[in-house]
Design a protein. Sequence first.
Length: 107
Amino acid sequence: MRLNEFQELSKRTLPKGELKDKLANYGMGIAGEAAEVTDELKKVVFHGHDLSVDKVKKELGDNLHYIAGIATFLGLTLEEIAYENIQKLKERYPTGFSEEASRNRVI
């Protein structure tokens, strides 16, 4: 599935109402879902749990839904967001990520 197709399909559950309320709802949704990913990883790293890739995948999908919603509210597409992010990373880390490049980056 392409990113813009996902975005289009996820529109069926978008809330109605004022833009500021929709942005707050979906911004808080991202924070909540990101916390669920973080909690799952914390359990693996610090509590000795087995990694559930399926659980992480589901929570990442929930994050993607909320990101797609905010993009839709703002008239953006996931594909243009992804493209611009890759361009930024290429400029920031032209030879790939390294700790040294991260410490010394100017961009």
